[in-house]
Design a protein around this ligand. Sequence first.
Ligand code: HEC
Length: 214
Amino acid sequence: MKLVYFGAVIAAAGLLLGSCQHEVLPKVNASDICFERDVLPIFVSNCAMSGCHDAGTAAEDYILTNYATIMAEGIKPGRPENSKIWEEIEENEMPPNHPLTAEQKSIIKTWIAAGAPNGVNCTSNCDSSKFTYSEAVSPIITKNCVGCHQYPSASGSVDLSSYQGVRDIAKSGAFVHSVQGTIGYKKMPPSGAGLSECEINQIKKWVANGAQQN
Ligand code: HEC
């Protein structure tokens, strides 16, 4: 009887250990990471939706929409393992429903480990002469929009997790108007630095050329 009990304890411990194994993250160079361009959009799109960590809701007191508030609550520069925000991502699988990709996690962890700087490595790597769906538009959407715009809780019932959804807002005109912040449209993304001039131009050209799946 005791042996059986002992066996169960060992099995349970094994399960626990197994579930704590951390995934191997792809390598990202710290010298390639610009906070505003690479880190902030991950927080805005995946964490700062209404009802979660936007300024209006501030769930658990976290407002993840700008450098100051992100630093204030949960980042210890140089020490990801002591940073509450990193703990939430790694241990508690924040955000719920759709965990970050391994690359997004790696960008955040590498940035914290490098001292969580702001305003460095920010020369633009955007080239507005490139405007295909695969090279320009899809990466912009993945980085800046899809965290809020996918089911089960697609904001405004706009689903941007597939080409069809992006094509629909392109054809209606809402894509260009929302990223430009045309009067009458809600500016997208709703917080953070917004898309760059170059990214908006890529989107405009892609739409003007028929919003193809190219
Ligand atoms: C933090 C969450 C969030 C992010 C990130 C976000 N959106 Fe939105 N979006 C919303 C919400 C909420 C609405 C509904 C707004 C409303 O109806 O008041 C919305 C509405 C829209 C609409 C309909 C707007 C209209 O006025 O008809 C479009 C189009 C849109 N978003 C595109 C985008 C695009 C493109 C991106 C990325 C560049 C993006 N969104 C990023 C939350 C977000």
